[in-house]
Design a protein around this ligand. Structure first.
Ligand code: PEP
Length: 254
């Protein structure tokens, strides 16, 4: 059976400090051989164009966007603006935006609809906080189901290309910057990925790709992406460490 190519999304967050460092990191990490797999590099907005010039086989992604299309929204960036500078992917609903900026499912839903309408590929982050996971996997499953359905409400009206909706299961407590971080197990990540696929299939009649994200590094990436339910990984901190990230890519795309 033909194995599906894996997807890696590198979320640089608010890093690195300067354009020249960003370009240098992109030169080292934004390289992927044709046919090996899909790689998306997501730098901060001001670095998008500079990074794009040096990518070699990788696609360009943004870390967020507005739910509005244009007009008086100071500081915001629309799906159309992103498309016009060559962005093809956008991360939406990241837990840091939910916790730091109070972004809720309704706001994320507005962004998802705009991004899909504009033809961007959405990497939608969902995942439960630690208080929920402590109650067990059934509680985590209900939380994730509600969050997911809230964020994708109305997508069936868009005639969407199924490739354009990608889910990233990111348990908040496993992300490298979360306080008292813990490790997710590959088995539980696979269980949640499978659940997410079932929810989308039952509601929208297609099976989306599901990534796992949460402190994945070169040492454990294989444990996650070798799970058949997991189609790739969303990587934060390790995507800033060029040599580690290259090793990680080698393991995912092998
Ligand atoms: C993230 O924040 O999306 C993420 C996966 O980060 P890290 O790999 O640093 O945990």
């Amino acid at each position: 059976m033909l194995r599906m190519k894996k997807l890696i999304v590198a979320n640089w967050k608010m890093n690195p400090k300067t354009l020249s460092e960003a370009v240098s990191l992109a030169r080292k990490t934004g390289v992927v051989k044709k046919g090996a797999g899909e790689l998306v590099i997501c730098p901060p907005y001001p670095f998008l164009s500079g990074v794009q010039k040096v990518l070699n086989g990788a696609a360009l992604g943004a870390q967020d966007m507005s739910e509005n299309t244009e007009g008086p929204h100071t500081g915001e960036v629309s799906a159309g603006i992103l498309k016009s500078v060559g962005v093809s992917y956008v991360i939406l609903g990241h837990s840091e935006r939910r916790s730091e900026l109070g972004e809720n499912d309704e706001a994320v839903n507005g962004k998802v609809l705009q991004a899909l309408k504009a033809g961007l590929r959405v990497v939608l982050c969902i995942g439960e906080p630690i208080e929920i996971r402590k109650k067990g996997l059934p509680s985590a499953s209900s939380f994730v189901k509600k969050q997911l359905l809230g964020c994708v409400a109305g997508i069936e009206k868009l005639g969407l290309k199924k490739k354009n909706l990608i889910l990233a299961y990111e348990p908040v407590w496993a992300i490298s910057t979360s306080k008292n971080r813990r490790n997710e197990t590959p088995d539980d990540a696979a269980f949640m990925a499978s659940l997410i696929k079932t929810i989308v299939r039952e509601k929208f009649y297609f099976t989306p790709r599901v990534l796992y994200g949460g402190s994945v590094g070169e040492k454990d990436v294989r444990d996650f992406v070798s799970q058949k339910e997991v189609d790739g990984t969303l990587v934060g901190a390790a995507s800033l460490r060029a040599s580690e990230f290259r090793l990680l890519m080698g393991k995912v795309f092998e």
